[in-house]
Design a protein around this ligand. Sequence first.
Ligand code: TPP
Length: 376
Amino acid sequence: MEAHGPLSDEGLVQMLTPAGERVEDERFSSFAAHLDADDLRAMWRDMVLVRAFDTEATSLQRQGQLGLWVPCLGQEAAQIGSGHALRPSDYVFPSYREHGVAFTRGVDLPEILRLFRGLQHGAWDPAAHGFHLYTLVIGAHSLHATGYAMAMDRDGLVATGDADRDGAVICYFGDGATSQGDVNESFTFASVNRAPIVFFVQNNQFAISEPTTCQSTVPIAQRGDGFGIPSVRVDGNDVIASYAVSQWALRRARAGEGPVLVEAFTYRMGAHTTSDDPTRYRTKADEQYWAERDPIARLEAHLVSLGELSDDFADGVRAEAKELGRRTRETVRSWGKPPLAEMFQHVYAEPHATVEAERAWFERYEASFADAEARA
Ligand SMILES: Cc1ncc(C[n+]2csc(CCOP(=O)(O)OP(=O)(O)O)c2C)c(N)n1
């Protein structure tokens, strides 16, 4: 690792070393002190299940069952750690890679694939899960998230006097998104309005093929300083540290103390999407370096060293992961193609004469093929 700049590992909050040894962080350890072996096993299980789902989705795209897939491989600790720090009173704005966070919000993972099969623009009820729909327009949702957080504040849902009722917003985006105007405007609005929002940047070191070094000369977290937003860099492959820092940031936001920028320093172990070939822009040596920092192996080593990962439990989770893969496959294959006329359904909230006329024309056009087939 270079000593300075956006890829430096200087100043990272860490509580598990890559070998799985528990280390203390003076500032943030207390936010993870209550985690017991059951909690850690639950996080390990979630990461294993999400990875199994993610791997299955990649295969389904290769088999032609999905138009595209966006893997979260390697980013499980950042997502599961922060996701476990969330409460039902919080609201999440994801970008498009946050399958791990979706899982912690109770979204049934195979449902996510409706979007990637082109069946729906979103496949879950955001209100039911406190988890907004995915946004593919880089950084655009940071503005929505900031506005939502300001509204939560004005609606009296923040700093209520009862810490159990308080809520906050967390908004996920990548290192590349921090170069977008929208994200910088969000930082300004969030800061001056003391909005209850945590900006959670997963710095996976690439914006497609563009390395973070082309986006910034300083660690991404330092961008918060100019906006007056307290910022923290955390080891995003360390699930305990990601949890602790998120707890700190969310509690602060819920208590009305304003926004926080968390930079989770991690690595995208897979391709940007299934349309991308990362061998064109990164080396085997880099991939090997990060394979040795695998977030799941790290927690696993820790649990094993504590004698807290029995074969029975681990085998049970692996069987669950296999079953999730099978269910994902069967669910996707059962969907078939949507009726094409469905595309007219959600253009406007209310019926619209032009859309209705176009739908009627389209249905006649489709029917003309059936007539032709009948005559043949
Ligand atoms: C406004 C906008 N510009 C460009 C794109 C094309 N695009 C898709 S993903 C991506 C890179 C995003 O990188 P980053 O923010 O680091 O997130 P990551 O995909 O690495 O999680 C770009 C430029 C887009 N989707 N939206």
